[in-house]
Design a protein around this ligand. Sequence first.
Ligand code: FA5
Ligand code: MG
Length: 381
Amino acid sequence: AAAAAALLEVGGVKIAKEDVVREGDPTNNVPDTIFSKLGQQLHRRDNHPLGILKNAIFDYFDGNYSGKFTKFDDLSPIVSVKENFDDVLVPADHVSRSYNDTYYIDAHTVLRCHTSAHQANLLQKGHNHFLVTGDVYRRDSIDSTHYPVFHQMEGVRVFSPDEWLASGMDATSYAAMDLKKALEGLARHLFGAVEMRWVDTYFPFTNPSFELEIYFQEKWMEVLGCGVTEQEILKRSGRMDNVAWAFGLGLERLAMVLFDIPDIRLFWSTDERFTSQFSEGQLGVKFKPFSKFPPCYKDISFWISDIFTENNLCEVVRGIAGDLVEEVQLIDNFTNKKGMTSHCYRIAYRSTERSLTDEEINHLQWSVREAVQNKLNVVLR
Ligand code: FA5
Ligand code: MG
């Protein structure tokens, strides 16, 4: 019975914890805290802000493309390095492939870091219009808009020659125009009248590539990346004569704006004061914060070594404090005459649900210090 309970089902695949988390195996860097997020599928809960948003985006595509887009929201987040990187032309030396940025299950298997990991397979299966929604995983820093698990929706549309030939435009311009029109329409569907702008950018899998920014609370916020699919990707799926567009949008970013959700950790909250505020089909109901509990700041200083990275520190802190850590911020950085470099980080502890006691925080900080010393090859000061 114990063994059965340890089996988790993701995307129709049964997995055991020891298939994903193996401490001491240098080809594996998935901690318990990340394993606990697998299979939760917040985007498939109709009463959760991410599910409500997903459904609203589906409504837009159903309404404008008469159901032509096939939807996938239960594909396993465990994918091969080939699917996550090679198939979308990510160069062999790209930083996103490093153990510092990506969760590896073994040398050939990762937790997908974007929903683009499914593009090539679905194209190969013959799909020409599809939306893929899912949880994605990235080793990253800690603050109110970054969490090591978040959700993306990928969209792909393939055109056949008759579609652009009739327009008199070249294939790439036609696809880029259609892409921008589709996404501007989506932004208006979700936000009503909003100020938005296109910014040129780079992705290995699209050319040209763009980001859409939305003006929100007096700032431009990046909500998605997109572009015209590289011909090489289409060619490999047997489509020599087609063009396509693709986009990948961040559901949390959009949901934080639509629902006024101030902290990305709240998406994972099971506190009824959070969950009860959202219901199916209710897009953009503003979240009323239950009183904000006081933060407590603790500093930690140490001499770093060559292999120190901030992502590794954040993982150690999350491993101890979980969602009680709100932010980890570098506040001091200097190198002494002997060439030793010291970092001081300020850790903000704050629960989204209750006040933390001094005793609890002191205990957390003590455990963090111990873990930092033992796991990060640094010397505490
Ligand atoms: C990508 O992941 C590309 N795969 C998107 C894409 C797909 C481009 C298809 C072209 C064609 P990027 O890393 O910028 O790109 O992430 C896309 C979106 O995810 C961002 O615009 C943002 O909205 C969201 N996002 C990225 N990182 C985070 C994070 N740490 N926390 C929350 N949302 C994030
Ligand atoms: Mg980006």
